[in-house]
Ligand binder design. Structure first.
Ligand SMILES: Nc1ncnc2c1ncn2[C@@H]1O[C@H](COP(=O)(O)OP(=O)(O)OP(=O)(O)O)[C@@H](O)[C@H]1O
Ligand SMILES: [Mg+2]
Length: 255
């Protein structure tokens, strides 16, 4: 091989190595951005709840006569929301450390009740009529309970935000579930404005938001959670209705 050809090959190899290193750096930066976004997204609700309950506790203290029962309730909320934030961080740490998700037998009816309980303040604040039709006795699924709860927290939070603009009719949120063909299909439906056509076909992608202050991560995280559980998520919307369907596989013994 001539000296010139060898030099050219060495130069091309060096350029290729540099490009590869650059791509790896960009990939790592993207992964870190996605992780930071996911942590910010999941922690913002419990932290907001802690701050609101802290303010409520201070109000109870400052009201002259201290309302002990109300104060205790606010403090209990603070402890459980802080605990929830700790659980979220522990989950992220475990997955960053490469530990497999903790799989449990999960009753979706319980998870839905938990998510609605956590968002009770937001739902009441927006005067949303909640119709939880998820019956007891449905077959359980196998999964990571905290992540499944996060899935419903994200869907219900979106519904609350969508319904906040509804002024001409009662605001409704309906959650239902049924076992069908070896899967548990859960529907989360609101009578908000339907989907913004500008984002409708891409709402499960990261960074796609129809709200000025949205990160566009909630549904991306929902889809990741559902897919990690071997399931599927879909949306159907029309004016005055948005319906999300989550289908999760039911283990053979529970079908
Ligand atoms: N129930 C709903 N009704 C109407 N539009 C919805 C509903 N759920 C989601 N969307 C639309 O899909 C977009 C993406 O939702 P997603 O949860 O991924 O992000 P986001 O809510 O904008 O921001 P965040 O990252 O804070 O959740 C929303 O901005 C909104 O335009
Ligand atoms: Mg959202």
């Amino acid at each position: 091989m001539s000296n010139r050809r060898r030099d050219t090959r060495i130069r091309i190899e060096a350029e290729l190595a540099a490009t590869k290193a650059e791509l790896e750096r960009a990939n790592r930066a993207l992964a870190l951005n996605a992780l930071a976004g996911a942590i910010a997204h999941e922690l913002s609700q419990p932290l907001t709840a802690v701050a609101l309950n802290g303010l409520a506790a201070l109000r109870h203290l400052g009201g002259g006569g201290c309302e002990v029962a109300a104060l205790r309730e606010s403090l209990q909320h603070i402890v459980s929301d802080a605990d929830r934030a700790r659980g979220i961080i522990a989950n992220f740490r475990a997955s960053a450390a490469g530990l497999a998700a903790r799989l449990e037998t999960v009753d979706i009816a319980d998870v839905v009740v938990e998510a609605l309980g956590i968002l009770d303040g937001e739902l009441r604040g927006a005067a949303i009529l909640v119709d939880n039709r998820v019956a007891a006795g449905l077959p359980p699924v196998t999964g990571d309970r905290l992540r499944l709860r996060q899935l419903f927290l994200n869907l219900v939070t979106n519904a609350v935000q969508a319904l906040s603009g509804v002024l001409d009719r009662p605001r409704r949120l309906t959650i239902s579930a049924e076992a069908r063909d070896g899967r548990l299909v859960v529907g989360v439906c609101d009578n908000g404005p339907g989907l913004d056509p500008a984002v409708a076909s891409r709402i499960f992608e990261a960074g796609i938001s129809g709200r000025p202050d949205g990160l566009g991560l909630g549904l991306f995280l929902c889809r990741t959670i559902v897919q990690d559980h071997g399931g599927e998520i879909a949306v159907a919307a029309q004016s005055r209705e948005t319906l999300f369907h989550v289908a999760l596989p039911v283990p053979a013994s529970g079908a």
